[in-house]
Design a protein around this ligand. Structure first.
Ligand SMILES: *Cc1c(COP(=O)(O)O)cnc(C)c1O
Length: 387
């Protein structure tokens, strides 16, 4: 056997591949920073930077000027630290006994979000001395955060240890993606009381959607996630962000099938015309969710459209049920020479927006992006980054 495999290009032959446009990522983050006005703009890179890779995304946004980052877990923070040496890294899940070392060694800032964490944090301070933290206050979401009254009492508690020095007080919006929802204003009013109580300490309320709600919501630091990755922050208005991620699956085989025959598991789809099908190398185990199937799944009994791919300038619908590793597309309407084994079909990207694919699956762009799993080749392109 010859063994000259030097020209093997994993990306060019992958079954499923993801292209991440770092130029678009930076442009989107800068747009968020611009819309944040006088507030500083953080970068939220939890869940492996929404599935796009915390290393490359973290390093790129750090180079673009981001100096505040939010991750979910301390492990994510430890990874990010290698790519964002001088940044403040906030850990949203806070700190638990036994994790002190991970925090100290990587210079991570815990976001204290409950009475238990606060008690533990005070004991850490009495043992180790000064160390920064952030405080999350619940203003109505009822997920993480100290109750408002407790937070305000804490702010004016003269007996609290001097080493307890929060650098940020924050809260999270429940309905930011629905600008007309009265909850936004209620949370804003509540958070104003909190930030006033913690006068002199930076305050942060807005995620991507909150940035779009306007300057009152921006406070000192904004926390965009999804918009940076090109996703919709507010459904129902034109999304001004540039798509960042493109997922493409390779056509393994095409086949011609007669009218009246059925396709796939459960014979869920019966063809009404002679058809040409393309079988591609991605399925629900890759995050191309089964609910995108064209038939034979509960969601298709609603009026939500099934999933679509895009190839050679045309949208092509999913045919039948999506399976673990494979999806079938109906390419009957395209000339044969435009769809051949080895070609790629876009699952989402600039032609099929990730949020539209997500809607077809009955979910949101966030889940579509973070569901991509591990079985893909990833490539980063970055020509367009300007200083
Ligand atoms: C995930 C998250 C964000 C970012 O939200 P997007 O909607 O993606 O902009 C901001 N703040 C907190 C607390 C979060 O959990």
């Amino acid at each position: 056997m010859t063994d000259n495999f030097d020209d093997y290009d994993a990306f060019a032959s992958a079954g499923l591949r993801l292209t991440v446009d770092l130029g678009a990522l930076v442009e989107n983050w800068r747009e968020m920073a611009h819309r944040s006005g006088r507030a500083r703009t953080a970068a939220v890179v939890k869940a492996d930077a929404y599935g796009l890779g915390i290393e490359d995304v973290g390093e790129t946004l750090y180079s673009a000027g981001a100096r505040d980052f939010f991750v979910a877990t301390a492990d994510e923070g430890a990874t990010l630290r290698l790519y964002a040496p001088e940044a403040r890294i906030f850990v949203l899940c806070g700190i638990w006994p036994g994790m002190e070392r991970t925090f100290f060694e990587n210079d991570l800032v815990p976001v204290i979000a409950s009475e238990e964490q606060l008690t533990f944090w005070m004991s850490v301070l009495s043992e180790y001395g000064d160390y920064p933290c952030a405080l999350q206050v619940d203003t109505g979401f009822n997920r993480l955060g100290l109750p408002m009254e407790d937070a305000i009492a804490l702010a004016s508690d003269v007996s609290r240890p001097a080493s307890f020095a929060p650098v940020l007080v924050m809260s999270h919006l429940a309905c930011g993606d629905d600008p007309s929802n009265a909850m936004n204003r209620q949370q804003l009013d509540a958070f104003r009381k909190v930030s006033t109580a913690f006068e002199g300490i930076e305050a942060s309320l807005a995620n991507s959607a909150g940035i779009f709600l306007g300057p009152e919501y921006h406070f000192d630091l904004t926390r965009p996630g999804i918009a940076t990755y090109g996703g919709e922050a507010i459904p129902g208005i034109a999304n001004p962000m540039r798509p960042v991620a493109t997922a493409e699956a390779r056509i393994i085989q095409t086949r011609s099938v007669k009218a009246g025959e059925t396709v796939g598991y459960g014979r869920a789809l019966r063809l009404t015309r002679d058809s040409r099908l393309a079988i591609v190398s991605a399925g629900y185990a890759d995050g191309y969710m089964r609910s995108l199937s064209s038939a034979g799944v509960p969601l298709r009994q609603t009026d939500v459209a099934a999933g679509h791919g895009f190839i050679a300038g045309h949208k092509v619908p999913v045919a039948g049920r999506i399976t673990m590793d494979l999806t079938i597309f109906d390419v009957t309407d395209l000339p044969e020479n435009l769809v051949r084994a080895g070609d790629y079909i876009e699952l989402f990207g600039s032609n099929v927006l990730v949020d539209d694919a997500a809607r077809s699956a009955g979910t949101i762009g966030y889940e579509m992006l973070t569901s991509m799993g591990l079985r893909h080749e990833r490539r980063y392109i970055s020509e367009e980054i300007e200083e």
